[in-house]
Design a protein around this ligand. Structure first.
Ligand SMILES: O=C(O)CCC(=O)C(=O)O
Ligand SMILES: [Fe+2]
Length: 209
């Protein structure tokens, strides 16, 4: 049965966690402490909770394939992508499946741990930090025999929030401004008009090679 008060409590708790992580991030980058968290704290912040269920793949192939060891029952359940918002707080049951792409483009599994959160940098944080923080590509595989459940809280800003590299970080890092300024509403609209795996950030780069 769906308990909306439990879901609301969970949202409040992960939102608070996201705020604290963003404040520590700001502190580490030596910018005012609420620089990022204020964007997700506003009443019109565009944050969302998603529950992903990955049924076991053998369910789709029937018992016949289970005995055929040459057929891998692992399938891509959620295709590769980056999360568009500021920060994602993910929690899963104890079934593995999440993979992140490393700098060589290899898929690295993330060990499942129901007592831990996995935190992803979103595209907007990459832009605001002028590329110092990277929103990693990730995907989720299904398991042959076990059901996987994950809950993702995407902390996003209000639709009209202007997002661009923080001038202080551009100056501090002494490198060119990598991205144009845009609103989250514009970026979100673009993200939903493209394929999941498309790199939307490239469209907002100041110089395209
Ligand atoms: O289920 C997972 O581990 C990943 C889900 C995900 O990447 C997403 O919801 O954006
Ligand atoms: Fe994701």
């Amino acid at each position: 049965m769906f308990d909306s008060s439990a879901v609301n409590c969970y949202i409040e708790a992960v939102k608070q966690l996201a705020r604290e992580i963003l404040d520590l991030t700001a502190e580490g980058l030596r910018v005012p402490s609420h620089t990022f968290s204020r964007l997700i704290s506003s009443v019109d912040s565009d944050s969302v909770l998603r529950v992903n269920h990955y049924p076991p793949s053998d369910q789709f192939f029937g018992g016949a394939t289970l005995s055929d060891k040459s057929v891998s029952l692992t399938r891509v359940g959620f295709g590769e992508h980056t999360d568009p918002q500021i920060l994602t707080v993910l929690r899963s049951n104890d079934v593995g499946g999440l993979q992140v792409s490393n700098s060589d483009g290899m898929w690295v599994p993330v060990s499942p741990d129901p007592s831990a959160f996995c935190v992803n940098v979103g595209d907007l944080l990459q832009v605001m930090t002028n590329g110092r923080f990277i929103s990693l590509r990730h995907r989720a595989l299904t398991s042959g025999e076990e059901s996987r459940l994950s809950t993702t809280y995407f902390a996003g800003p209000p639709l009209q929030a202007m997002i661009g590299p923080l001038p202080a970080l551009v100056t501090m890092m002494n490198q060119p401004r990598l991205y144009q300024t845009f609103t989250w509403g514009e970026y979100k609209k673009l993200a939903y008009s493209l394929r999941l795996e498309d790199s939307r950030l490239d469209m907002f780069r100041t110089c395209k090679d």
